[in-house]
Design a protein around this ligand. Structure first.
Ligand SMILES: Nc1ncnc2c1ncn2[C@@H]1O[C@H](COP(=O)(O)OP(=O)(O)O)[C@@H](O)[C@H]1O
Ligand SMILES: [Mg+2]
Length: 227
């Protein structure tokens, strides 16, 4: 079953993310003068070889790393000019970050892991979401008793339960079998639609990239539009 594709995003839909002239280097320049705009209901995928700077770009867009040059605007706020407290509020209420390797609290049950996120963001755990991800019957179990794929789904449930409008996903399906990867991405796409949000996705999976509205390759320090 193919992942659902979108009808296309109106060119005058509100801008949720705007990045201007981003440059960043570690030992060597990773990228220079990158511009990117993502509008309401838009899903953008980035591909590129290992070491090209995809995760660094994601961290910069997601408030986690100040770029050496350039600016990032999320929901109208110039992120790296905000106070730490204002940044924390955006991170807590508006942003969901899905990593390839989840960061669950191992000593706790799956349900407790989700509850921590919902307590912080003042939302409620979403039963329908847990059913959609196929983890409703394992929520009482300790994280360490779950399979890797179940743990990853719990971590995605934890992120989506915060009800964020901006989702940043860094190879979220890298450790999942095809069928689970498909369910996870459908769930993320449904979430974006529900909250009229935006997705910035780094992935190696071409099929998943193709189901996004735009695809870029990070190469030679540039973000080249592929599709
Ligand atoms: N905090 C850091 N300090 C120094 N070098 C880093 C840091 N983070 C990433 N790098 C380097 O930057 C390059 C790009 O890393 P990354 O953004 O993780 O690429 P990708 O996600 O495309 O594989 C790599 O060479 C990596 O070693
Ligand atoms: Mg990476």
């Amino acid at each position: 079953m193919p992942l659902s594709t979108t009808a296309g995003v109106s060119p005058d839909a509100p801008v949720l993310l705007r990045a201007e002239k981003l440059s960043h280097a570690f030992d060597y320049p990773l990228f220079e003068n990158i511009d990117l705009t993502i509008r309401e209901n838009e899903k953008v995928a980035v591909i590129g070889v290992s070491g090209s700077g995809k995760s660094t770009l994601l961290h910069i867009l997601a408030t986690l790393l100040k770029p050496q040059h350039g600016r990032v605007e999320l929901l109208g706020s110039d992120v790296y000019t905000l106070t730490p407290k204002q940044q924390l509020a955006i991170r807590r209420y508006e942003i969901g970050i899905i990593f390839q390797f989840h960061y669950l609290f191992k000593g706790m049950s799956a349900a407790e892991n989700v509850e921590i996120a919902t307590l912080l963001s003042e939302t409620e755990p979403d039963e329908a979401l847990l059913r959609r991800l196929g983890i409703e019957s394992v929520m009482h179990q300790r994280v360490t008793e779950l399979s890797g794929g179940q743990q990853q789904r719990v971590s995605i449930a934890r992120v989506l339960s915060k009800n964020p409008r901006l989702i940043f996903a860094d190879e979220p399906t890298g450790n999942l079998d095809d069928e689970t990867a498909h369910t996870v991405m459908e769930t993320v796409f449904e979430h974006i639609e529900k909250v009229e949000g935006a997705l910035f996705l780094v992935t190696h999976d071409e099929r998943i990239a193709d189901s996004c509205d735009r695809v870029y390759r990070l190469e030679h320090a540039r973000l080249e539009r592929v599709r």
